[in-house]
Design a protein around this ligand. Structure first.
Ligand code: HEC
Length: 130
């Protein structure tokens, strides 16, 4: 299996070679992540479970199905691992809060999630291939 393609980088991160189309997809998903984090935090601040569920669903695993064809093969395995784990954590928000909404627990989950954002941003960046 093709394990993704990387090139040398001007900083300490691994530079992933992606087509423009795939880059745009990943970055749009990222902007969606930030919006989802805002929704979840808004739900914590206002004790509003519907916002937490909305944020969790928006960036849950189902978005992977919309990825451009062939994109998965061009991503390094380590990136995909953190990426899938991140989508799973978003799914957890809707699952756990449906059963029992507790803002302190949701905040803890958000902390775990934000550490995934940080771990991946520290490690990877995008380089364009034509
Ligand atoms: C699996 C890896 C990974 C995870 C997890 C991840 N990111 Fe990213 N993110 C990236 C990469 C790679 C870039 C592009 C960075 C670069 O090329 O310098 C990026 C860019 C972004 C951008 C800029 C988007 C743009 O249009 O330029 C935002 C905002 C962002 N991420 C938010 C988040 C948030 C919030 C989370 C956590 C909920 C998150 N990301 C989790 C890999 C990840």
């Amino acid at each position: 299996m093709f394990k993704g393609s990387t090139v040398s980088s001007t900083d300490s991160r691994v530079a992933m070679k992606l087509s423009k189309n795939n880059r745009d997809f990943v970055l749009a998903e990222m902007r969606g992540f930030l919006e989802s984090v805002q929704l979840i935090n808004n739900g914590i601040v206002n004790n509003d479970v519907s916002k937490v569920i909305e944020g969790g669903k928006k960036s849950g695993g189902s978005v992977i199905a919309h990825a451009p064809q062939g994109m998965m093969a061009s991503l390094p395995m380590g990136f995909k691992k953190i990426g899938f784990a991140t989508h799973d954590l978003f799914d957890e928000f809707s699952k756990t809060t449906k059963e029992n909404f507790n803002t302190a627990n949701t905040q803890k989950q958000l902390d775990v999630l934000l550490n995934k954002c940080i771990a991946c941003h520290r490690t990877y960046k995008i380089e364009i291939t034509e």
